[in-house]
Design a protein around this ligand. Structure first.
Ligand SMILES: Nc1ncnc2c1ncn2[C@@H]1O[C@H](COP(=O)(O)OP(=O)(O)OP(=O)(O)O)[C@@H](O)[C@H]1O
Ligand code: SF4
Ligand SMILES: [Mg+2]
Length: 334
């Protein structure tokens, strides 16, 4: 069952330089308990997509122009994009947890670690302060923070970056969410701590059965953690597939470029996405052709005339490309 179904999300920024077409019709779904990795080069719209779902786009200059984001729980289905600021605040941090790159931006410097987690708990659940304190101590312990009773009283500045990120993860899981959205949660941490945080996530996901959206540049993390991968390009979905399908038979020239020398599926080592030649599209200019056409060695006439839709290419595998790489000829699509 899908816990989240995003359809045709369009988000723009009205800036002094012009309209930034940041997200241009993104659609995807997230199954209960699955981990979806989102990859793509800088500026491809990964963060803006997630911020749109969480109601965190600054307005102005941002505006969600259209789309749906149906969030389904046993209580029913709701469109996150139609919810009031108040209701969305309730869902955010309660049923949908989030972890960003920089834990400092999420934590309040003047509250102790324990107070911040307990505050989230009392805000979203009907429990007493003492129950919240007890549960906070358990949460700190479950994310691997030693001496949780003592650390309850520490302030964020007294923690290392890795420990702060564990606190943010404790807040994200505190109300047993259905979804956790993690936007490059390990990028600001050193390599050993990155591996520990990924391991922590793997364990929590199994223990809690929570669905995870994980934005990353690290293909080692994608291979080791994700069930499916969504590749973004120019504010659109270029390709979405099960992780082994994507690694074994990428169907979009951009994905092929990103993966570079294909990493082995069981690769656990940290491995960044490959930079590919050419520049990403200028998002100030609305496009009427394939956004990858300038950089694509397979581009043909049709690519300059239409925007390719997401085309089903195999089971649970879609690619926004008019060309069939395996057969070396254009696809037969209307
Ligand atoms: N507040 C804003 N005002 C204007 N433009 C913005 C704003 N926030 C994001 N954008 C633009 O939206 C586009 C998509 O940005 P986004 O942050 O989603 O990229 P990203 O894929 O997350 O990149 P990265 O890998 O660097 O985090 C970019 O062109 C960015 O400059
Ligand atoms: S649609 Fe055309 S230009 Fe775009 S990625 Fe496919 S082959 Fe390349
Ligand atoms: Mg980002």
């Amino acid at each position: 069952m899908s816990v989240l179904e995003v359809k045709d999300l369009v988000t723009k920024f009205y800036t002094l330089d012009g309209v930034v077409h940041a997200v241009n019709g993104v659609s995807f779904d997230l199954e209960e308990g699955e981990t979806l990795a989102i990859v793509g080069e800088s500026g491809s719209g990964k963060s803006v997509t997630m911020m749109s779902l969480l109601g965190l786009i600054p307005t102005p200059p941002g505006k969600i122009e259209s789309g749906e984001a149906i969030f389904t729980t046993p209580e029913g289905s709701r469109d996150l994009l139609q919810m009031s600021v108040h209701d969305l605040r309730d869902v955010r941090g309660g049923q949908i947890g989030f972890v960003f790159q920089d834990p400092i931006s999420t934590l309040n410097p003047i509250l102790t670690i324990g107070e911040q987690i307990a505050e989230t708990l009392t805000k979203h659940l009907s429990i007493t302060r003492e129950q919240a304190r007890q549960r906070t101590i358990k949460l700190l312990s479950s994310v691997g923070i030693p001496d949780p009773e003592l650390r309850y009283k520490s302030y964020p500045f007294q923690f290392s970056g890795g420990m702060r990120q564990r606190v943010v993860i404790a807040i994200a899981i505190s109300c047993t969410p259905k979804i956790i959205i993690a936007d490059e949660p390990t990028t600001a941490l050193d390599v050993t701590v990155q591996a520990q945080i990924v391991e922590l996530f793997r364990r929590l996901r199994e223990d809690l059965g929570v669905a995870v959206i994980w934005i990353t540049h690290d293909l080692g993390v994608v291979a080791g953690l994700a069930d499916r991968v969504l590749v973004m390009y120019g504010g659109r979905v270029a390709e979405i597939a099960q992780v082994d399908d994507l690694y074994e038979s990428p169907q979009h020239p951009y994905t092929v470029g990103l993966l570079g020398a294909l990493p082995r599926i069981d690769a656990r080592e940290s491995r960044r996405l490959v930079s590919i030649q050419g520049s990403p599209p200028d998002l100030l200019i609305p496009l009427e052709h394939c956004p990858f056409a300038w950089r694509c060695e397979y581009a043909f006439e049709r690519c300059w005339e239409e925007i390719p839709p997401l085309i089903p290419v195999a089971v649970r595998h879609q690619a926004a490309c008019f060309y069939n790489l395996e057969e070396g000829r254009p696809r037969d699509v209307q």
